[in-house]
Design a protein around this ligand. Structure first.
Ligand code: SAM
Ligand code: SF4
Length: 339
């Protein structure tokens, strides 16, 4: 280090929260079109708008230098990004050096069978797989694609490769409400945690989300008539709350952005596939990192932009319970920001 070089400060926001977790969307594209996430005819971004793999590496490295310990790659579907394994392998240098505790991935599982061994070899220890139904027709209706078997093969391959798998399930009033208990049973029998997610009003889609909104407070009451839910203190720096089911021994998470306020302990930020850093999933405060990335090979501008951004992290999100026919609280789709 040069004598006059200042150490770069770690990322502490105006409310004293240390940011140590970053989710990075590596693409807005996907091989599914889940009804709550995308419209059937999605317009994807022109390729040149997306960060290149090299830019993604520089961006992640900038966060790691500032003390970020957890990186999660997401999308869109991260496993449809060409060269994704090159990025994962490159980032694994921080696992080897001890700078990162964890490098993880959120995937729909369709291509997981193909990548499971490589992910494990690169040091990935766990993956989140999104799965909203175990019934083939229901799955195909929700995901707008008949890929249940591929996802189940992907999950099996991940386990064989030694990856821990957590299942994420969006609770949908009309499509899978009746199936949630069975999905929990299935996940726990297979040694997997499962997290239920309330639909969030992100991005315009064809459906009216108020029709599908299912309060997890309601779901939880139903589950309490089947199992004993033991409150756990585990927090992940994000919106999930966890219980253990005494009878299955497995963990169950609830992500309830609309009916619960989780913001006080939020240590996360998200970067879109175009390099926009969002301080909060439910707010529009954002800073562009692509411009400083492309303006110079040196990271001084990038580091300064990250510092500016963290100073903007809001205290809490602005989500409100959905109102019939209302525009989404946040116009961008989850597939752009990354879930
Ligand atoms: N394609 C990958 C997948 O599905 O896991 C990663 C990206 S996806 C946007 C990440 C997560 O966001 C998924 O678990 C998905 O179910 C969830 N998601 C997408 N849109 C949502 C919405 N409007 N409300 C709640 N969860 C949403
Ligand atoms: Fe694709 Fe994931 Fe969105 Fe489904 S939730 S459309 S798999 S990005």
């Amino acid at each position: 280090m040069a004598l006059d070089a200042q150490p770069i400060p770690s990322l502490v926001d105006p409310f004293g929260r240390t940011i140590d977790y970053v989710r990075v969307s590596v693409t807005d594209r996907c091989n599914l079109r889940c009804i709550y996430c995308m419209s059937e005819q999605m317009q994807f971004l022109p390729k040149q708008e997306l960060l290149t793999l090299e830019e993604l590496d520089r961006l992640c490295s900038a966060f790691v230098r500032r003390g970020v310990r957890h990186l999660r790659l997401t999308g869109g579907e991260p496993l449809v990004r060409r060269g994704i394994m090159d990025l994962v392998r490159a980032l694994s240098r921080y696992l080897n050096s001890g700078a990162l505790d964890e490098l993880t991935l959120t995937t729909n599982g369709v291509r997981l069978a193909q990548y499971a061994d490589d992910l494990a070899a690169a040091g990935v220890r766990r993956v989140n797989v999104s799965l909203d139904s175990l019934d083939r027709a229901t799955f195909a209706r929700i995901a707008r694609g008949d890929f249940l078997d591929r996802v189940l093969e992907g999950i099996a391959a991940a386990k064989v490769a030694g990856l821990r798998v957590k299942i994420n399930t969006v609770a949908l009033k009309h499509d899978n409400a009746a199936e949630l208990a069975d999905m929990i049973r299935w996940a726990h029998a297979g040694g997997m945690d499962i997290t239920l997610i309330e639909t969030m009003p992100l991005g315009l889609i064809e459906e009216d989300r108020t029709d599908q909104f299912l309060s997890l407070a309601e779901v939880r009451r139903d589950l309490e008539s089947i199992w004993t839910l033991q409150e756990l203190s585990d927090r992940t720096g994000g919106p999930a709350r966890y219980v253990r089911l005494a009878e299955t021994g497995g963990r169950l998470g609830f992500i309830t952005p609309l009916s619960h306020n989780f913001c006080a302990s939020c240590r996360r930020v998200r970067v879109t596939c175009t390099g926009t850093l969002y301080m909060c999933l439910g707010q529009d405060s954002a800073v562009d990192l692509r411009e400083p990335l492309r303006a110079s090979r040196d990271d001084t501008l990038l580091d300064a932009a990250i510092t500016r951004a963290i100073a903007l992290k809001p205290k809490a999100h602005d989500f409100a319970l959905p109102v019939r026919g209302a525009a989404p609280a946040v116009a961008r789709h989850m597939s752009v920001t990354g879930g």
